[in-house]
Design a binder for this molecule. Structure first.
Ligand code: COI
Length: 357
């Protein structure tokens, strides 16, 4: 399908941020977006890259009522040599289509997604920041647009991609965060949509997140819905613990998002000879390993957060320090390795990097 490109009038281009150390996350948006429409009769049609503008939606659009809304998180990186890279983009495209299937939404053509993505990033090239740890965050999104109030899958969708320059996701940057174990609220239950990137999962997480913030913690550590015993995720990221010499993360049991960074961490660590265990890990085991000194490190992994150390856990009225509370050596090694692969500074043994310019 041909993607029609409408250029922004140079006079209307937005000013680029001057201080890349103050980018924060998700507050600044670049000049263009990619958009394509779908309906049952025509399939995907009207693909275009246009100046970023508000969407016009019928107030009865189904995404506004029944939550058929899925998204992805990706980044474009500027290497020191000026090259531009994506990181494992096919993984995000495939996950988007798995989310679409579970939420009865339209499947997006992989090639159209990839072409729209690459064209958009190349047009927005000057928005990709240069500072260490900065990137162009990319947000592919699909929403149901059929105006209808009966509860059934929408027959119309739009898929769009917006982008904007970002720095670190957490205000702490790469400093260890403090996390709060929620026993009262859960993120997702098996059989639900916790393994999809569905907007509703994030809405469901806000209340507990707010509670954590009020208590002085950055994020919630989510437990399983059934027994409230086993760790599942942290905030909007996957979670890893180093206990003894093992790297442990919960298995993809249906309520956990199959993170692209999670998979990259597992594969890198295994390639270094680390014993990686994808196993259920209970709070009891975390507390006993804290007591006997074998709980050495913990970190969150995600596209936005990359690898983000956890320094402290609050659970049932007590605080538990992880290791000595500072960033552990494996956390740091994984963070450095992943960033160096993403920015083209290191050999890419797994073929994860996609150079687009
Ligand atoms: C990501 O890591 O890209 C995410 O989608 C998490 C978040 C910002 C919602």
């Amino acid at each position: 399908m041909k993607i029609k490109v409408t250029k922004v009038d140079p006079e209307q281009m937005k000013p680029k941020p001057e201080d890349e150390s103050q980018l924060g996350f998700g507050k600044i948006f670049a000049d263009y977006f990619f958009i394509v429409e779908y309906d049952r009769e025509k399939g995907w049609h009207n693909a275009s890259i246009e100046p970023l503008r508000p969407l016009s939606l019928d107030p009865a659009a189904m995404c506004l009522h029944y939550g058929q809304e899925i998204f992805e998180g990706m980044k474009a990186y500027r290497g020191k040599n000026g090259s531009i890279y994506l990181f494992r983009p096919e993984e995000n495209i495939n996950r988007m289509n798995r989310s679409a299937k579970r939420l009865c939404m339209a499947q997006i053509d992989n090639d159209l997604f990839m072409e729209g993505l690459k064209k958009l990033v190349l047009l927005e090239k000057d928005w990709i920041p240069r500072g260490a740890g900065t990137s162009l965050y990319i947000r592919p999104t699909m929403i149901a647009t059929e105006p209808a109030l009966g509860v059934h899958p929408s027959g119309q969708y739009i898929f769009y991609i917006i982008a904007g320059p970002v720095g670190a996701y957490y205000p702490e940057g790469f400093s260890p965060t403090k996390i709060y174990v929620s026993e009262k609220y859960v993120r997702a239950a098996q059989g639900g949509v916790g393994d999809c990137k569905a907007a509703g999962n994030y809405a469901a997480s806000l209340y507990a997140g707010q509670e954590a913030l009020e208590m002085g913690y950055t994020q919630v550590l989510w437990l399983d819905a059934r027994e409230r015993k086993y760790v599942e995720e942290v905030g909007t990221s996957n979670i890893f613990f180093v206990i003894g010499d093992d790297l442990i993360t919960p298995p993809l049991s249906g309520s956990i998002l199959p993170g692209v960074t999670r998979d990259s961490v597992i594969r890198l660590a295994k390639s270094w000879g680390v014993n990686v265990r994808e196993e259920r890990l209970s709070m009891d085991e975390i507390l006993s390993s804290s007591a006997d000194g074998t709980l050495k490190e913990a970190f969150a992994s995600g596209t936005a957060a990359v690898v983000s150390p956890v320094g402290q856990i609050y659970y049932r009225g007590s605080e538990y320090i992880i290791g000595d509370g500072s960033t552990g050596p494996l956390t740091e090694k994984l963070y450095n390795e992943i960033l160096q692969i993403q920015y083209g500074e290191k050999e890419d043994p797994f073929g994860w990097r996609v150079k687009i310019s």
